[in-house]
Design a protein around this ligand. Sequence first.
Ligand SMILES: *[C@@H]1O[C@H](CO)[C@@H](O)[C@H](O)[C@H]1NC(C)=O
Ligand SMILES: *[C@@H]1O[C@H](CO)[C@@H](O)[C@H](O)[C@H]1NC(C)=O
Ligand SMILES: *[C@@H]1O[C@H](CO)[C@@H](O)[C@H](O)[C@H]1NC(C)=O
Ligand SMILES: *[C@@H]1O[C@H](CO)[C@@H](O)[C@H](O)[C@H]1NC(C)=O
Length: 424
Amino acid sequence: MMFAAIRCALFVVAVVGSPTPPPNAHSDMGRTQHILLNSRSNAANFSKVFDPSTVWEQLGFVSRKYSTTMGAYQRNTGSPHPLSSRFDFHSVAKRNGNVSLVNYNADLWYGEIEVGTPPKTFTVVFDTGSSDLFLPSTECSVSCAGHTQYDPAASSSAKDSGQPFVLTYGAGETAGDEYVDDVFVGGYEAKDQTVGAAWIYSPEFSKDGSFPPDGLSGLAFSEISEFEGSPLFQTLDESGKLPQSVFGFKLSTTPGDSEMVIGGTNTDLYHSDTLTYVAVTDRGYWQVEMDVISRLGQEVVESQAATVIIDTGTTFIITSYSIAQSYYANISGATAHTEGADTYWTIPCDTINSTVPTFTFGRRAFKVSAQTYNLGPDVLSSDCLAGIAASSEMDFTIIGDVFLQNVYSVFDYANTRVGFAELV
Ligand SMILES: *[C@@H]1O[C@H](CO)[C@@H](O)[C@H](O)[C@H]1NC(C)=O
Ligand SMILES: *[C@@H]1O[C@H](CO)[C@@H](O)[C@H](O)[C@H]1NC(C)=O
Ligand SMILES: *[C@@H]1O[C@H](CO)[C@@H](O)[C@H](O)[C@H]1NC(C)=O
Ligand SMILES: *[C@@H]1O[C@H](CO)[C@@H](O)[C@H](O)[C@H]1NC(C)=O
């Protein structure tokens, strides 16, 4: 979660991918069924009325209605509905680990999780660069306006950990109280997952501050958890239910084209023979060694291995100032723009597309496309913004979405390694 804001400030891209509107057919249900039971003439149109997709849809409405109303019972009476233990709140959830992701502004990707008993749906950024899960709580007023809010009192599985927290990200800050509760993602359960219930959101996390999802779920290792708890994927893994101790990402700005798979990878989306693994060198971040950065077939940055962190929650590729400077040194018209510790580069729009980088991991070269590297015209200079930025505070590299949109990425938890493969 860094640098997402810088880009928004520079230019505006059309918002792609909007959540599907909620179904509104609750009220029609009883009436349709009533007519069917009473009219013989309708029996002649039996097959038409019982279009299977309509039936599936209606059954889905029923289970959602019971899920919602049992939640209301819990909230209104303070105890779970007696039948709630006999209702499988997740029967409609997909159980293949598939979580579809929505892209906002080419800056961030988010998908759904369910939290509590009965479960409530929230949207979160799945961030491989951090390890904690936070949501806005019902205690959070103005700064959380518009977000779905987590109410521990309405969940029979929520337990107060009695522990306050403060989390600081590149793009914002949040504080609140830790709870443990049951979390579902892709149909899998993370029991007693530590959840930060935030009562403060900094403006960067507000709904109108370019943060459409409700919260964030870190998918890195427990070693970097502020909560000192088990991060979501570790909890899922320890349930013993996942087919494989792995998750995979495809990130795209095309609506409907981004997904995360929990417990495996989607082999339809990548060329298996190109899947190349690199070992995590230090458990904490998804931290690996990169061989070399090249351009037009030539090494542009010293071929010694560079330490990089694979971070789905960061938009840019962010590297040290010296690596970025050698990258841009030979590009005519490349201009550095520095503020404090941070620098970004612009390049004339008619030539920037021919300056794309290639990153080599495990001896396989993965090219970054002009589409993800060229971030469009900079309003100040009318040149185009390039996807590699620098921080003078960091002597390592963060590989964000500018690169990750070009590959299928595999986070192999059991073998502590990251894999990249070429997309189909
Ligand atoms: C069956 O449905 C069709 C198309 O909606 C309608 O024209 C027809 O009158 C219906 N038949 C009966 C027996 O209700
Ligand atoms: C994942 O879910 C999306 C949206 O529900 C669907 O389009 C896609 O086919 C699913 N993929 C798999 C592998 O099930
Ligand atoms: C960059 O410039 C140096 C010296 O000016 C040259 O040796 C090198 O080949 C150039 N690299 C590229 C990628 O153009
Ligand atoms: C550069 O690439 C982008 C994205 O693929 C494209 O929209 C744009 O037209 C290209 N610009 C030039 C000058 O070729």
